[in-house]
Design a protein around this ligand. Structure first.
Ligand code: NAD
Length: 340
């Protein structure tokens, strides 16, 4: 915000104005899959509120949308408590933000790193869909839950069982119990074909593939989900009983060996500059994919280092989302026109 509010009263008034706006936009986005404004605009409003709260600690109300992850789980589904919360991610909007994040990582690992050691980074595409936690027991899918508010999600197991991209039974030798985390998404081509079908049937078209993925999964009738051709990319593992590799990138290799789709568009770098180049290259190539990405997620590869770094209120310190600039305004105008 510039200029920043001069008095406590002015800051309080601005926060009181921002809070319901951010809360309303977040509810539409997470609960209904609707983007009422562009992501950049949302990030700016959210950032303004967060900065105000940082500068004026008295404004940090416990119900502020800045303390929350995602949206409330819908009542029409059984609620599921996540044993380990599904968090949000901190953002980097340019190369310098990413370098600054890496500096904080180095500081956080002070005393742990060897002299001159630069911790390796894993970089993956940030898929624009919705997060799912899939629990496999003895290799069998027993539960699928949405992220919801991070602590409590919705049980969408019958719907996820219809997603062909996902194995109902894991291959190879998975741990006795493991929660695979990843993003359910809709391919652009699937989305376009679906909208044609909806138009022919005289139904309202979906606004964008993310909206298509959210809407297709949160159906009370799983046969509707089955016809929607959803896809999935795994990006991590939650709680597990059994042995797992010591590096995030190797964990993803293991998940792929169990038969769960893992995007091949990922890499490990031994320093931040190479990760910066990966992010910038993908910012210019995002349209070459058949699915939507809104950035690149960069993670400290060693899991023991991740443990040392820990998390802040709603996001891990060991990962950051490098966000791409928003798409042209026309897409957003269309979104608003379709009331999504
Ligand atoms: P986030 O989406 O920025 O990051 C966390 C999520 O990223 C995870 O839950 C996971 O679902 C996803 N993800 C995708 N690929 C991943 C990977 N490879 N590794 C790890 N995670 C991966 O955080 P958030 O809190 O869900 O959402 C915040 C963002 O959502 C904002 O930055 C904003 O752009 C957007 N948003 C927009 C509006 C709007 O009105 N336009 C409203 C709310 C939120």
């Amino acid at each position: 915000i510039s200029p920043p509010p001069a008095t406590e009263e002015a800051a309080a008034a601005l926060a009181a104005e921002l809070r319901p706006v951010v809360r309303g936009l977040a509810r539409a986005y997470y609960t209904d899959g609707q983007s009422l404004v562009g992501d950049t605009q949302y990030d700016r409003l959210f950032g303004a509120l967060r900065d105000l709260e940082a500068a004026h600690p008295a404004l940090r109300t416990p119900d502020s949308p800045t303390h929350r992850v995602g949206g409330a789980p819908l009542d029409r589904f059984e609620k599921v408590r996540h044993p380990v919360p599904l968090l949000s991610l901190g953002n980097a909007f340019d190369a310098d933000d990413l370098r600054a994040w890496y500096e904080r990582v180095l500081k956080g690992l002070d005393g742990v790193l060897d002299e001159g050691e630069r911790p390796a980074l894993a970089a993956e595409l940030k898929i624009d869909g919705l997060a799912l936690a899939l629990t496999y027991e003895d290799g069998v899918l027993v539960r699928a839950a949405t992220r919801g508010n991070g602590r409590v999600g919705e049980d969408v197991t019958p719907n996820v069982r219809t997603v062909r991209a996902l194995p109902l039974r894991l291959a190879d030798t998975p741990p006795a119990r493991v929660e695979v985390r990843g993003e359910a998404y809709m391919r652009r081509s699937t989305f376009e074909a679906l909208n044609e079908r909806l138009a022919e049937a005289g139904e309202k078209p979906l606004a964008n593939p993310r909206n298509g993925a959210v809407g297709s999964l949160r159906q009370l009738d799983p046969t509707v989900t089955a016809g929607r051709g959803l896809d999935f990319w795994a990006y991590g593992v939650g709680p597990a009983e059994g042995d797992l590799p010591a590096r995030h990138s190797a964990v993803l290799d293991a998940v792929a060996s169990w038969g769960v789709p893992v995007s091949p568009e990922r890499a490990v770098f031994d320093d931040v500059e190479a990760a910066v180049q990966f992010c910038q290259a993908w910012a210019g190539r995002r349209d070459s994919l058949d699915y939507e990405i809104d950035g690149v997620v960069v993670k400290v590869d060693r899991l023991d280092y991740q443990g040392v770094l820990g998390q802040v209120a709603t996001a891990p310190r060991w990962a950051v989302a490098f966000k791409f600039p928003a798409r042209e305004a026309t897409t957003r105008l269309l979104d608003i026109e379709h009331n999504v």
